[in-house]
Ligand binder design. Structure first.
Ligand code: PBG
Length: 335
């Protein structure tokens, strides 16, 4: 028999809902999601973010509420980012080391509200704390100094872990920071703390709304191209990840998500560790803009883009759409 049409008709398995469900190769579940949240000062405060419609900054009490919501939705992990008050930002970002800063208070409030029912992932980088909006310390020429920055990042990570962070996620793209953080964690007895490295983080135009959310956008002069990756490169991402594995990362991240699916797929092919993607603020804003303009259905766009990241091989995805996606995914899984 000729193994071709009409004996073979690929449309057979697509012909009904039950059959499509049966043959689907990839699935999206609430447990695939990490929900990034923005922390702000005060009590009972919710500040909507204009460039991220539908996303707000929450004061610490509101963060605890969101954590309860995440647990109820089956979202296993929350990522935290602070909008540091202006008078606490400085040239060297010392507020990052304050054991009572917004991040540490938010971590503790989540722990009080949810115990160990949810993971807390914290961003390690100085941009929410510096008066210049760069992720590290500047030398006399304005260059972001690698080794001096790494020394501060280690203390920042230890500060977050002392407050109860489960996963530290260095997003700064300095060389050698994973190794330095891992050694410091081991020496301090934090053997269970995970490192999720932003290993392949690109110098991207998709971070704009995030910088509004943490209040660094207006402060930043210039760009981050001397440390974040060139969007033209993918082989370099393999080197970044190989180094971070050797330095002690438990998982790695690609960022942004959808524009870098090829990078996700290459990493998953090459390395046997979990690969995450960050569907970043600009990606969220594009979906919201399309939905608001009537150019696409929000729910369908959210599910399709997250599924694309899963299909590329992601273990999980950080997404501002996490609560919506968790509801949609739960509905799909339960019929
Ligand atoms: C900061 C950091 C950024 C994001 C996560 N951590 C912005 C940047 O590098 O300027 C972006 C996330 C997003 O756009 O949603 N180190």
């Amino acid at each position: 028999m000729d193994a071709s049409y009409p004996h073979i008709r690929l449309r057979r398995t697509r012909s009904s809902g039950w059959s499509r469900a049966l043959h689907r190769e990839n699935r999206l579940a609430p447990s695939d999601l990490v929900w990034p949240l923005f922390v702000t000062a005060g009590q009972g405060v919710e500040e909507p973010i204009a460039s991220l419609p539908g996303v707000s900054r929450w004061s610490v009490d509101g963060i605890a509420e969101r954590a309860r919501e995440a647990v109820a939705l089956g979202i296993p992990c929350i990522a935290l980012f602070p909008n540091t008050p202006g008078d606490r930002r400085s040239e060297s970002g010392e507020e990052a080391l304050n054991p009572d800063n917004l991040m540490c208070r938010a971590i503790k409030s989540i722990r009080d509200a949810c115990g160990s029912d949810i993971g807390v992932l914290t961003d390690v980088a100085l941009d929410p704390y510096t008066s210049h909006g760069q992720d590290g310390l500047l030398d006399a020429s304005g260059y972001v100094a690698n080794d001096d920055t790494v020394a501060v990042l280690v203390d920042q990570a230890l500060n977050q872990v002392a407050a109860g962070a489960d996963i530290v996620a260095p997003s700064d793209m300095m060389d050698g920071r994973v190794k330095a953080i891992r050694m410091a964690l081991e020496m301090a007895g934090h053997h269970q703390t995970q490192i999720m490295s932003y290993a392949a983080k690109y110098a991207s135009a998709f971070y704009g709304p995030f910088r509004d959310a943490v209040g660094s956008g207006g402060l930043l002069k210039g760009d981050k191209k001397s440390y974040q990756m060139d969007p033209g490169n993918s082989r370099e991402a393999l080197r970044e990840v190989a180094l971070d594995i050797a330095e002690g990362a438990d998982s790695v991240m690609v960022k942004p998500g959808l524009p870098y699916l090829d990078v996700v797929a290459r990493l998953v092919d090459r390395f046997d560790l979990p690969v995450f993607a960050y569907q970043v603020s600009g990606e969220y804003a594009m979906i919201e803009a399309a939905a608001a303009a009537g150019a696409g259905d929000r729910d369908a766009l959210v599910l399709e883009t997250l599924m694309a990241l899963k299909r590329a091989g992601c273990t999980g995805v950080l997404s501002y759409h996490a609560p919506l996606a968790a509801r949609l995914a739960a509905r799909l899984l339960n019929g």
